[in-house]
Design a protein around this ligand. Structure first.
Ligand code: HEM
Length: 443
């Protein structure tokens, strides 16, 4: 059974709750949250409800999605890095951005990116082959995911800018991306001391992104070749307006950030699980070696796909989705007043005692063809409804291809005994980057 930290016995008092959100977001849910469909509490005078009832989840994300918007705390934490990009925009601006970006993320469009994903993975594998002793696999996976995001979406290799970009992402996660008491207390228009530091960070962050875009821009002419070209050419169907340069940059920031950290985490958790399940790892390697290399990826590599699906169940990188209800509603028989914070937590849903058999066990067979059907709204690694992850197909393709290549080349084992525990803040990070021991197969 992959280890997890024990949940608290009851709801945390306010100050501990806020400290825990800033250091280990899954530690706020008491044991009872894994056993009941709905949990209510009040926080700083505001009602807050956590829903793990699939029907209520459907109501929030799909049926009555217009009633539920991003919360002030999410915007406060994310705007300094994402600006006004797709993830945190709302209303007409969001609709325009989503319509413009959608064609680049269809299954067909993503299929055409597979050769780039494979080429970047092969470079990462060659680098790993040259490593001696214990390996910081997470670091390699983060660089790989960033390289893939840069190459596939914006035609830029990350050799020059990757390290600087990663350093900024890590600095933000460590220092400014963790909410403090005043971030909860002050309304959005009132800057907290951390907001001032965040604004300063934003200036360095946008300068780095502008540098990447400028590098890529030099010497380019002719037909649209990648996502940034498409965005540059896009016009609002109603006003004919093009994206301004800073709006373009916010989309680049959003797609790079939302896309690479989550996929790197999926690969890390998959490798950690496989290191503890040698028989499944052998079967995966066998599947990779027999891969014909052509045709529908998910049909070619069903076990690898099932391992990725099960990894996303046990360790959903986007472990929580928060919404603010604009008007009154009813969820699972509970009255919801306007202004209620509604939490849907894939972490809880995916390990819920009422929804899964052996919820904490690593069992990819749940996702193999022919297995018992999984209720749609009990499994939400990519969310659902109008704001479902635009990059889901891209992420699955990347994770399945990269994992398959990795296990075909190496036997993966953890180098030490220290358990790898989730300790999430914005995404489901591990509490440390575990050292791996890689043995070449057939080499
Ligand atoms: C395993 C990898 C990934 C996971 C687990 C994941 C998860 C999610 C989830 C749960 C949401 C919905 C959030 C909400 O409703 O509050 C979301 C939205 C989003 N994701 Fe992903 N994502 C992944 C990869 C990607 C990739 C590769 C990209 C881009 C290439 C991407 C771009 C986005 C964007 C732009 C949104 C906002 C969509 C909108 O609001 O319209 N994600 N993601």
């Amino acid at each position: 059974m992959p280890p997890v930290p024990a949940p608290p016995e009851r709801d945390l008092p306010l100050m501990r709750f806020i400290a825990t959100v800033g250091t280990n977001g899954i530690g706020i849910w008491p044991r009872q949250a894994y056993e009941t469909p709905v949990q209510r509490r009040t926080l700083l005078g505001r009602p807050r409800i956590t829903v793990s009832d699939p029907e209520a989840v459907r109501r929030v994300l799909v049926e009555n999605a217009e009633n539920y918007v991003r919360t002030a705390i999410s915007i406060r934490m994310l705007r300094p890095v994402l600006g006004d990009g797709l993830l945190i925009s709302e209303g007409a601006a969001w609709r325009h951005q989503r319509r413009t970006l959608a064609p680049a993320f269809t299954p067909r469009a993503v299929e055409m990116l597979a050769p780039h994903i494979l080429a970047a993975t092969d470079v990462a594998i060659r680098t790993l082959e040259g490593e001696q002793g214990d390996v910081d696999l997470f670091g390699h996976l983060q660089r790989l995911a960033l390289e893939i995001a840069g190459r596939t979406m914006f035609s830029v290799g990350m050799t020059r800018h990757g390290a600087g970009l990663r350093a900024l992402v890590e600095e933000y996660q460590r220092r400014l991306g963790r909410p403090q008491l005043l971030d909860f207390l002050l309304p959005l228009g009132w800057p907290s001391p951390h907001d001032i530091a965040r604004a300063r960070f934003r200036r360095r962050w946008t300068a780095t992104l502008d540098g990447i875009i400028a590098d890529r821009g030099s010497g380019r002419t002719g037909a649209a070749q990648d996502l940034l070209d498409l965005l540059g050419e896009a016009r609002d169907p109603e006003t004919g307006r093009a994206f301004a340069p800073e709006e373009l940059r916010d989309q680049v920031a959003t797609l790079i950030l939302a896309g690479h950290e989550t996929t790197a985490l999926t690969l890390l958790w998959a490798c950690t699980l496989l290191a503890q399940a040698p028989a499944i790892q052998e079967a995966l390697s066998e599947e990779a070696l027999n891969d014909p290399g052509m045709g529908d990826l998910m049909k070619r590599l069903p076990l690898t796909r099932a391992v990725v699906d099960e990894t996303l169940r046990l360790y959903p990188p986007a472990f929580v989705m928060a919404r603010l209800s604009r008007g009154a509603d009813t969820l699972a028989g509970h009255d919801i007043a306007a202004g209620t914070i509604v939490i849907i937590a894939p972490w809880l849903l995916h390990r819920h005692r009422l929804l899964w058999r052996a919820p904490d066990a690593f069992d990819p067979s749940r996702f193999l063809p022919g297995a018992e059907a999984i209720p749609r709204f009990a499994y939400l690694p990519f969310g659902a409804g109008p704001r479902v992850c635009i990059g889901a197909q891209f992420a699955l393709t990347e994770a399945v291809l990269a994992l398959s290549r990795l296990v075909a080349r190496f036997r993966l084992a953890l180098a030490g005994d220290r358990p790898v525990l989730p300790a999430p803040v914005v995404t489901l990070q591990p509490d440390h980057a575990p050292a791996f021991r890689l043995t070449l197969r057939g080499g």
